[in-house]
Design a protein around this ligand. Structure first.
Ligand SMILES: C[S@@+](CC[C@H](N)C(=O)[O-])C[C@H]1O[C@@H](n2cnc3c(N)ncnc32)[C@H](O)[C@@H]1O
Length: 389
């Protein structure tokens, strides 16, 4: 029998949760999912429309608040409320406009109005002053939002070869080339990419690289080639994990990216366009982290074809990317990965692939998947592939 609905009890419980969320944290994910579903179930057409109509504003108002150090000022003042007049002086934003902005931010719990025209920091203000989230908000606002905006036009004009990113930014070049002439957005993107994964497990936690791929190597052996390796953080992580690893460790990317690499001299830096034939032959591993999810199947085939001539019988291709399950979870799709896949479409005309899509992609390129090792709950995985036997 269904439990009897008791709105008063529910309200009491929700208030208890807001006052002491830690008591509910063991079932936090389920409660968040259910409370969102409950809010949608309760809302009428007006609320539904408002939710959709203003959906860009939380990100936009957070970006404005960060740009003008509003959260920082409130956090520094701790429990002492700050007046709109003081904030107007510090931010140089017109007090009337600032009042509107703070009013909206308070509806999103990003600040709290404790008395008329006086605000203090909330849990969210404290989160949004962290460098990771300053960079993340800037990246999604400045780089992604115009691309999301162009998704509808792009899907309605399938013969337009441009990505939604290129349409939305009216950019003649792809996202990565665009970043080279937009240093603030570029630096924020690269820092965000690095920091968001810093506290998570990595492929090195599930793949014993030294014993499986670097046995009996010499100093001349090309042991690890990090293709499109960005600033080289994975080369550094590999060396840290295996300080005695023998052989060449090579970081490949565009010249402008290599200039900012963080690798020591023991890592070779090699400018390389992954669409042309791989010049390093017979390496033990060609490693691609977050490369394929930036590219459509056609370009992935070009990348793989550029690597086939380099593969020796003992070479493997390591793909470090999300592998989403073919069957959707019983609890429903996960918003984070579903949103990420749509973001890949908007930015690159690409996607986060499901396991079956990976198998088809690699088989069509003449490769076989030897194993897939997952290392996070969100499907982050290392795919080990080699030439078909
Ligand atoms: C999402 S980032 C991933 C960087 C790195 N693998 C990591 O996981 O931190 C994609 C990288 O691909 C590089 N890239 C894009 N197009 C490329 C190309 N044609 N040849 C080589 N690298 C390229 C970019 O410069 C960027 O560093």
């Amino acid at each position: 029998m269904d439990p009897i609905a008791n709105p008063d009890l529910l309200i009491q419980q929700l208030k208890a949760l807001i006052a002491n969320p830690e008591v509910f944290s063991t079932q936090g994910t389920e409660i968040i999912q259910l409370s969102r579903q409950a809010a949608v179930a309760l809302e009428g057409p007006f609320e539904t429309f408002q939710r959709l109509a203003y959906s860009a504003l939380p990100l936009v108002s957070a970006r404005v608040a960060q740009e003008h150090n509003i959260f920082q000022t409130l956090v520094e003042n701790k429990d002492e409320p700050t007046s709109v007049a003081v904030l107007a002086e510090k931010t140089n934003i017109n007090p009337v406009v600032l009042d509107i902005l703070l009013d909206y931010l308070s509806t999103q719990f990003m600040v709290e109005e404790v008395s008329p025209q006086h605000y203090k920091a909330t849990k969210l203000s404290n989160i949004l002053v962290a460098p990771l989230f300053i960079d993340g908000v800037l990246h999604f606002h400045d780089n992604c939002l115009p691309a999301f905006n162009a998704l509808n036009y792009s899907l309605a004009h399938p013969t337009d070869p441009r990505t939604p990113f290129e349409i939305g930014h009216d950019s003649p070049v792809d996202f990565y080339t665009y970043l080279e002439s937009h240093p603030i957005q570029g630096a924020a993107f690269h820092r965000f990419m690095e920091a968001q994964f810093a506290s998570l497990p990595t492929w090195l936690d599930v793949l014993p690289f030294d014993s499986e791929y670097a046995a009996s190597t010499t100093p001349e052996t090309p042991t690890f080639v990090d293709v499109g390796g960005g600033n080289g953080q994975q080369c550094v992580a590999l060396q840290k994990k295996y300080p005695a690893l023998q052989g060449r460790i090579i970081l490949q990317d565009r010249p402008a990216i290599l200039e900012k690499a963080i690798t020591p001299d023991s890592v070779e830096r090699m400018p390389y366009d992954y669409l042309v034939e791989q010049p390093v032959k017979g390496a033990r591993a060609y490693y691609f982290r977050q490369i394929f999810h930036n590219n459509n199947d056609e370009t992935c085939h070009l990348i793989l074809a550029a690597h086939l001539p380099a593969l020796s019988p003992s070479s493997v291709i390591l793909i470090d990317d999300k592998v989403l399950p073919d069957a959707k979870p019983a609890t429903g799709s996960v918003e984070y990965t579903a949103g990420l896949s749509l973001a890949m479409k908007a930015m690159f005309n690409a996607l986060e692939r499901r396991e079956g899509q990976w198998r088809t992609l690699l088989a069509d390129a003449g490769l076989e998947i030897r194993e897939i090792r997952r290392y996070t709950d969100f499907g982050d995985s290392i795919i080990v592939a080699g030439r078909k036997a």
